[in-house]
Structures are given as structure tokens and as C-alpha cells.
Design a protein around this ligand. Structure first.
Ligand SMILES: Nc1ncnc2c1ncn2[C@@H]1O[C@H](COP(=O)(O)OP(=O)(O)OP(=O)(O)O)[C@@H](O)[C@H]1O
Ligand SMILES: O=P(O)(O)OC[C@H]1O[C@H](OP(=O)(O)OP(=O)(O)O)[C@H](O)[C@@H]1O
Length: 220
């Protein structure tokens, strides 16, 4: 389905960011009956307001937006950077705060970052990791995992991980220690480049309305 001119199509990620995204959008009147990450309906429309929601796998949101299947979308900065898609980033939505970092087993911690040069790093974010280590003058072997990244060093698959930390519980419970922070992340509103021009008024007022809500919440 191509995004039609009269509709604004919004891609929302399933998972951790879904509820907060839907809640924030609802505050500016962007909602639709039946919008839920539990629903198996993948496109939910609000015919009156000419809004369509696509509920997709987190990592696919930048793809839908880049190709214009969605005009705008919500995605974590971490996934956005990793995806390297040609989209506009319009707004830091503030929620979904976490950071990407490198962690290693506490018991085998080496003295300096450089001591990990030419070792294996398990990660869901090989592009971000590669860019970071290159900036440090390091060459690493990247092992792509899709979840439970912390298992990597525990089972001898890698010497380190590059992954997201929010509370630090997963690191603690697996005897890992952060040795360097790589990137802060929050949820971002992104837009297709063509949609942003063709539907400028609508997208611009949506961004301004969201900005006002976020500012009012921050002032409380
Ligand atoms: N503790 C956390 N763990 C993971 N992501 C977090 C955390 N806190 C905030 N986030 C943000 O939430 C986004 C979505 O996380 P989520 O775990 O739902 O996605 P995912 O694991 O990529 O999806 P899937 O489960 O479909 O593979 C992340 O990209 C990140 O920006
Ligand atoms: O610092 P914490 O609060 O413990 O959160 C960090 C953990 O949460 C994420 O995993 P997720 O829950 O997305 O599961 P996954 O391992 O299957 O990706 C991330 O990959 C860490 O493992």
C-alpha cells in the first residue's frame, strides 16, 4: 500500500516504544480505534481524521519510512543509527531513554579499551559498533546477534558486547561491566523526505503540537 495524499500514515514499533508512542500521539488527537500492539490488525485507520497507523517490527520502522510506505514513524535513536536510512529526524520525543555501551565480563576486565583490539564483539548494532571502534583506531570481529546479547561473552562466543543499557539489571545479573558508553538514545520522530515536502503543513503542525505537549510535561 502506497501512502495516499489525503492520509497521514504513521509507523509505530511493536515492543517497548509502542505504548508510550501511542499515548503521546493520542494527546494531540492522533489515535485510532483498536490501536494496540496486541492486535493482529497491522493497519489501523481513523477515517475521520485521515490517519493510518502501521504497527511493525521495531527494526523495520526506518524502512517503511524511507520507502514512503509510511510518512512518519517513531523509532529509537539506536535503531535509527544502525539502520542508516535516508530519512529526516524531526523530533526527540524524550521517552525510551537508554544508552548503547560496550561491556565485558567483570572477572576478565582488561586494563584499557585498546587491549580489546582484534577481539570479538557480539552485538545487535554492528554498524554503530564498527563506526565507534574505527574512531578509536580499533579493528574488531563483529558477531551479529538478535537478542540476549549478554550471553555472548558468558558462553565464549565473544570477549565483549555492544548493547543497550537502561537500568543496568541485565549487566549486573550476568556479571558484566560497562567499560565505555557509545551513544545516548531516546525515541525519535522520523519522516519520509518526499512526504515531508508534500505533506509539510500536516507534519509540521503535528511536530509543533507534540513539541508543546513535551514542553508542558517537562515543565511539570
Ligand atoms: N531496556 C531497554 N532495552 C531495549 N531497548 C530499550 C530499553 N529501554 C529503551 N529502549 C528503546 O526501545 C527500543 C525498542 O526496544 P524493543 O526491545 O522493543 O525492540 P527490539 O528488541 O528491537 O524489538 P524486537 O523485540 O521486535 O526485536 C530500543 O531500540 C531502544 O531505543
Ligand atoms: O539495563 P536493562 O534495564 O537490564 O535493559 C537492557 C536489556 O534490555 C534489552 O534487552 P531486551 O529486553 O530488548 O531483550 P533482548 O535481549 O531479547 O533484546 C537489552 O538488549 C538489554 O539486554
Amino acid at each position: 500500500m502506497k501512502s495516499e495524499m489525503e492520509y497521514l500514515t504513521i509507523a509505530l514499533p511493536k515492543g517497548k516504544l509502542f505504548g508510550l508512542s501511542a499515548k503521546l500521539l493520542e494527546k494531540i488527537g492522533y489515535t485510532a480505534e483498536g490501536l494496540s500492539d496486541k492486535s493482529r490488525k497491522l493497519i489501523i485507520s481513523n477515517e475521520e481524521k485521515k490517519i493510518r497507523f502501521i504497527v511493525s517490527k521495531t527494526a523495520d520502522v526506518p524502512t517503511y519510512v524511507e520507502y514512503g510506505a509510511a510518512d512518519i514513524g517513531v523509532i529509537g535513536k539506536d535503531v535509527l543509527l544502525e539502520a542508516e536510512k535516508d530519512v529526516y529526524e524531526l523530533l526527540d520525543m524524550g521517552f525510551g531513554k537508554c544508552h548503547l555501551m560496550m561491556a565485558v565480563p567483570k572477572a576478565e576486565k582488561r586494563a584499557k579499551l585498546m587491549d580489546y583490539n582484534h577481539t570479538r564483539v557480539a552485538t545487535k548494532f554492528p554498524h554503530i559498533a564498527e563506526k565507534f571502534f574505527r574512531q578509536q583506531g580499533m579493528q574488531m570481529e563483529y558477531i551479529k546477534l538478535n537478542g540476549s546479547i549478554e550471553l555472548g561473552p558468558i558462553v565464549g562466543l565473544s570477549e565483549s558486547i555492544v548493547d543497550i543499557v537502561e537500568t543496568g539489571t541485565t549487566l549486573r545479573e550476568n556479571d558484566l561491566e560497562e567499560i565505555v558508553s557509545i551513544q545516548e538514545a531516546t525515541a525519535r520522530l522520523i519522516a519520509n523526505r518526499v512526504s515531508f515536502k508534500l505533506k509539510f503543513d500536516r507534519i509540521h503542525s503535528l511536530v509543533e503540537d507534540l513539541r508543546k505537549v513535551l514542553e508542558a510535561e517537562a515543565a511539570q
